[in-house]
Design a protein around this ligand. Structure first.
Ligand SMILES: [Zn+2]
Ligand SMILES: [Zn+2]
Length: 227
Protein backbone atom coordinates (compact mmCIF):
# COMPACT_ATOMS: atom_id res chain seq x y z
CA UNK A 1 0.00 0.00 0.00
CA UNK A 2 2.90 2.34 0.82
CA UNK A 3 4.33 1.52 -2.59
CA UNK A 4 1.06 2.37 -4.35
CA UNK A 5 0.70 5.75 -2.63
CA UNK A 6 4.41 6.53 -3.06
CA UNK A 7 4.14 5.80 -6.77
CA UNK A 8 1.03 8.02 -6.98
CA UNK A 9 2.85 10.92 -5.30
CA UNK A 10 5.90 10.49 -7.54
CA UNK A 11 3.68 10.33 -10.63
CA UNK A 12 1.87 13.47 -9.48
CA UNK A 13 5.20 15.28 -9.15
CA UNK A 14 6.30 14.15 -12.62
CA UNK A 15 2.91 15.17 -14.02
CA UNK A 16 3.17 18.68 -12.52
CA UNK A 17 6.66 19.19 -13.97
CA UNK A 18 6.58 17.47 -17.33
CA UNK A 19 3.01 16.33 -17.98
CA UNK A 20 1.25 17.46 -21.15
CA UNK A 21 -1.90 19.51 -20.76
CA UNK A 22 -4.17 16.70 -21.93
CA UNK A 23 -6.21 16.14 -18.77
CA UNK A 24 -9.51 18.12 -18.56
CA UNK A 25 -8.67 19.67 -15.19
CA UNK A 26 -11.38 22.33 -15.59
CA UNK A 27 -14.20 19.76 -15.77
CA UNK A 28 -16.37 19.17 -12.70
CA UNK A 29 -14.68 16.91 -10.16
CA UNK A 30 -17.61 14.46 -10.24
CA UNK A 31 -16.82 13.92 -13.93
CA UNK A 32 -13.02 13.87 -13.55
CA UNK A 33 -13.07 11.27 -10.75
CA UNK A 34 -14.97 8.46 -12.50
CA UNK A 35 -13.18 9.27 -15.77
CA UNK A 36 -9.79 8.92 -14.09
CA UNK A 37 -10.76 5.66 -12.34
CA UNK A 38 -12.12 4.27 -15.62
CA UNK A 39 -8.99 5.16 -17.65
CA UNK A 40 -6.59 3.99 -14.93
CA UNK A 41 -8.45 0.68 -14.62
CA UNK A 42 -8.28 0.26 -18.38
CA UNK A 43 -4.52 0.73 -18.29
CA UNK A 44 -4.34 -1.76 -15.43
CA UNK A 45 -6.49 -4.25 -17.36
CA UNK A 46 -3.97 -4.05 -20.24
CA UNK A 47 -1.05 -4.45 -17.85
CA UNK A 48 -2.63 -7.44 -16.12
CA UNK A 49 -3.60 -9.20 -19.34
CA UNK A 50 -0.10 -8.74 -20.75
CA UNK A 51 1.34 -10.37 -17.65
CA UNK A 52 -0.77 -13.44 -18.38
CA UNK A 53 -0.08 -13.58 -22.10
CA UNK A 54 3.55 -12.50 -22.54
CA UNK A 55 5.82 -15.24 -21.29
CA UNK A 56 8.62 -13.02 -19.92
CA UNK A 57 6.14 -10.90 -17.92
CA UNK A 58 4.56 -13.89 -16.17
CA UNK A 59 7.50 -14.62 -13.77
CA UNK A 60 6.92 -11.22 -12.13
CA UNK A 61 3.22 -11.93 -11.54
CA UNK A 62 3.13 -15.64 -10.71
CA UNK A 63 3.82 -15.05 -6.99
CA UNK A 64 0.46 -13.27 -6.68
CA UNK A 65 -1.28 -16.37 -8.04
CA UNK A 66 0.71 -18.91 -6.03
CA UNK A 67 -1.88 -19.20 -3.24
CA UNK A 68 -4.06 -22.12 -2.25
CA UNK A 69 -6.70 -20.03 -0.50
CA UNK A 70 -8.01 -16.51 -0.57
CA UNK A 71 -8.04 -13.87 2.19
CA UNK A 72 -7.61 -10.09 2.40
CA UNK A 73 -3.84 -10.36 2.93
CA UNK A 74 -3.37 -12.09 -0.45
CA UNK A 75 -4.07 -8.74 -2.10
CA UNK A 76 -0.60 -7.50 -1.14
CA UNK A 77 1.19 -10.76 -1.97
CA UNK A 78 3.29 -9.90 -4.98
CA UNK A 79 6.84 -9.52 -6.20
CA UNK A 80 8.27 -6.00 -6.04
CA UNK A 81 8.90 -6.15 -9.82
CA UNK A 82 5.19 -6.88 -10.24
CA UNK A 83 4.32 -3.75 -8.23
CA UNK A 84 6.91 -1.72 -10.14
CA UNK A 85 5.58 -2.86 -13.50
CA UNK A 86 2.00 -2.17 -12.44
CA UNK A 87 2.88 1.34 -11.27
CA UNK A 88 4.77 2.10 -14.47
CA UNK A 89 1.97 0.78 -16.68
CA UNK A 90 -0.71 2.83 -14.95
CA UNK A 91 0.93 5.93 -13.50
CA UNK A 92 3.39 6.73 -16.29
CA UNK A 93 0.69 7.32 -18.96
CA UNK A 94 -1.40 9.30 -16.45
CA UNK A 95 1.61 11.45 -15.53
CA UNK A 96 2.41 12.11 -19.19
CA UNK A 97 -1.22 13.17 -19.71
CA UNK A 98 -0.90 15.70 -16.88
CA UNK A 99 -3.31 14.09 -14.40
CA UNK A 100 -3.04 15.99 -11.07
CA UNK A 101 -1.52 14.30 -8.00
CA UNK A 102 -4.80 14.53 -6.08
CA UNK A 103 -6.53 12.28 -8.62
CA UNK A 104 -3.60 9.84 -8.66
CA UNK A 105 -4.03 9.53 -4.89
CA UNK A 106 -7.76 8.88 -5.30
CA UNK A 107 -6.93 5.99 -7.66
CA UNK A 108 -4.37 4.68 -5.14
CA UNK A 109 -7.05 4.84 -2.43
CA UNK A 110 -9.57 3.06 -4.65
CA UNK A 111 -7.34 0.08 -5.42
CA UNK A 112 -6.29 -0.04 -1.75
CA UNK A 113 -9.94 -0.66 -0.90
CA UNK A 114 -10.93 -2.83 -3.87
CA UNK A 115 -7.81 -5.06 -3.61
CA UNK A 116 -8.35 -6.48 -0.10
CA UNK A 117 -12.12 -6.72 -0.60
CA UNK A 118 -11.65 -8.64 -3.87
CA UNK A 119 -9.35 -11.17 -2.17
CA UNK A 120 -11.57 -11.64 0.90
CA UNK A 121 -12.78 -15.15 1.55
CA UNK A 122 -16.39 -14.05 1.55
CA UNK A 123 -19.19 -13.86 -0.95
CA UNK A 124 -20.79 -10.44 -0.97
CA UNK A 125 -24.59 -10.68 -0.90
CA UNK A 126 -25.08 -8.42 -3.90
CA UNK A 127 -27.42 -8.72 -6.90
CA UNK A 128 -25.83 -10.66 -9.76
CA UNK A 129 -25.57 -7.61 -12.02
CA UNK A 130 -23.13 -6.04 -9.53
CA UNK A 131 -20.45 -8.54 -10.62
CA UNK A 132 -20.59 -6.75 -13.97
CA UNK A 133 -20.37 -3.27 -12.42
CA UNK A 134 -17.63 -3.53 -9.78
CA UNK A 135 -14.96 -6.10 -8.99
CA UNK A 136 -16.32 -8.37 -6.24
CA UNK A 137 -14.67 -11.27 -4.35
CA UNK A 138 -16.78 -13.71 -6.39
CA UNK A 139 -15.52 -12.08 -9.61
CA UNK A 140 -11.83 -11.94 -8.70
CA UNK A 141 -11.53 -15.43 -7.20
CA UNK A 142 -12.26 -16.85 -10.66
CA UNK A 143 -9.04 -15.16 -11.80
CA UNK A 144 -7.19 -17.03 -9.03
CA UNK A 145 -8.65 -20.42 -9.99
CA UNK A 146 -6.15 -23.17 -10.80
CA UNK A 147 -7.60 -24.16 -14.22
CA UNK A 148 -6.14 -21.91 -16.92
CA UNK A 149 -9.51 -21.67 -18.65
CA UNK A 150 -10.77 -19.72 -15.64
CA UNK A 151 -7.67 -17.78 -14.58
CA UNK A 152 -7.30 -16.37 -18.10
CA UNK A 153 -10.31 -14.18 -17.38
CA UNK A 154 -11.54 -11.41 -15.07
CA UNK A 155 -8.43 -9.25 -15.27
CA UNK A 156 -9.86 -5.88 -14.22
CA UNK A 157 -9.29 -4.46 -10.77
CA UNK A 158 -12.26 -2.09 -10.47
CA UNK A 159 -14.68 -2.14 -13.43
CA UNK A 160 -15.55 -5.51 -15.08
CA UNK A 161 -16.71 -3.59 -18.14
CA UNK A 162 -13.11 -3.89 -19.39
CA UNK A 163 -13.41 -7.69 -19.31
CA UNK A 164 -16.87 -7.51 -20.86
CA UNK A 165 -15.61 -5.30 -23.69
CA UNK A 166 -12.61 -7.49 -24.51
CA UNK A 167 -14.30 -10.87 -24.10
CA UNK A 168 -12.47 -12.01 -20.96
CA UNK A 169 -15.41 -11.90 -18.55
CA UNK A 170 -16.37 -15.12 -16.73
CA UNK A 171 -19.53 -14.92 -14.71
CA UNK A 172 -19.33 -15.86 -11.01
CA UNK A 173 -22.78 -17.39 -11.40
CA UNK A 174 -21.31 -20.12 -13.61
CA UNK A 175 -18.37 -20.98 -11.34
CA UNK A 176 -18.54 -20.83 -7.57
CA UNK A 177 -16.12 -23.47 -6.26
CA UNK A 178 -12.67 -24.44 -7.45
CA UNK A 179 -9.08 -24.83 -6.32
CA UNK A 180 -6.80 -21.79 -6.24
CA UNK A 181 -3.19 -21.50 -7.35
CA UNK A 182 -0.94 -22.25 -10.31
CA UNK A 183 -0.80 -25.70 -11.87
CA UNK A 184 2.90 -25.71 -12.74
CA UNK A 185 4.16 -23.44 -9.95
CA UNK A 186 7.83 -23.75 -9.05
CA UNK A 187 7.82 -20.86 -6.56
CA UNK A 188 10.26 -21.38 -3.68
CA UNK A 189 8.94 -21.24 -0.10
CA UNK A 190 11.65 -18.93 1.27
CA UNK A 191 11.68 -15.15 0.94
CA UNK A 192 15.03 -14.85 -0.82
CA UNK A 193 14.11 -17.62 -3.23
CA UNK A 194 10.90 -15.80 -4.12
CA UNK A 195 12.80 -12.53 -4.64
CA UNK A 196 15.19 -14.25 -7.04
CA UNK A 197 12.56 -16.43 -8.75
CA UNK A 198 11.86 -14.14 -11.76
CA UNK A 199 15.56 -13.92 -12.60
CA UNK A 200 15.82 -17.71 -12.30
CA UNK A 201 12.83 -18.13 -14.64
CA UNK A 202 14.30 -15.78 -17.22
CA UNK A 203 17.65 -17.57 -17.08
CA UNK A 204 15.94 -20.95 -17.44
CA UNK A 205 13.86 -19.67 -20.37
CA UNK A 206 17.04 -18.49 -22.07
CA UNK A 207 18.58 -21.94 -21.72
CA UNK A 208 15.39 -23.63 -23.01
CA UNK A 209 15.22 -21.29 -25.97
CA UNK A 210 18.84 -22.03 -26.84
CA UNK A 211 18.30 -25.81 -26.72
CA UNK A 212 14.94 -25.55 -28.53
CA UNK A 213 16.55 -23.71 -31.43
CA UNK A 214 18.96 -26.65 -31.86
CA UNK A 215 16.19 -29.25 -32.08
CA UNK A 216 13.73 -26.87 -33.81
CA UNK A 217 10.78 -26.76 -31.44
CA UNK A 218 9.39 -23.90 -29.28
CA UNK A 219 10.61 -23.72 -25.71
CA UNK A 220 7.77 -24.47 -23.22
CA UNK A 221 8.22 -21.14 -21.46
CA UNK A 222 7.81 -19.31 -24.76
CA UNK A 223 4.32 -20.63 -25.29
CA UNK A 224 1.64 -18.19 -24.19
CA UNK A 225 -0.15 -18.96 -20.94
CA UNK A 226 -3.37 -17.23 -21.94
CA UNK A 227 -4.86 -16.24 -25.31
ZN1 LIG B 1 -3.31 -12.18 -12.54
ZN1 LIG C 1 -5.56 -11.21 -7.05
Amino acid sequence: MTFVFGAALLAGEISARWGANLWPADWAIWVQLPLLLFIADGLDYGRHRLQHTVSWLWPMHVLHHDVDRMNVLKSGRGHFLDMLFRSLAVYAPLALMGVPASLMLVYAAAISVFGPVAHANVSLPVPSFMHRVFMTPQFHRIHHARPLALSCSNYCNIFPIWDLMFGTFTSPEEHSFFEYGVEDSTQPDDFLGQVLAPAESWRGAGREAASASVIRRPAPSETLRCP
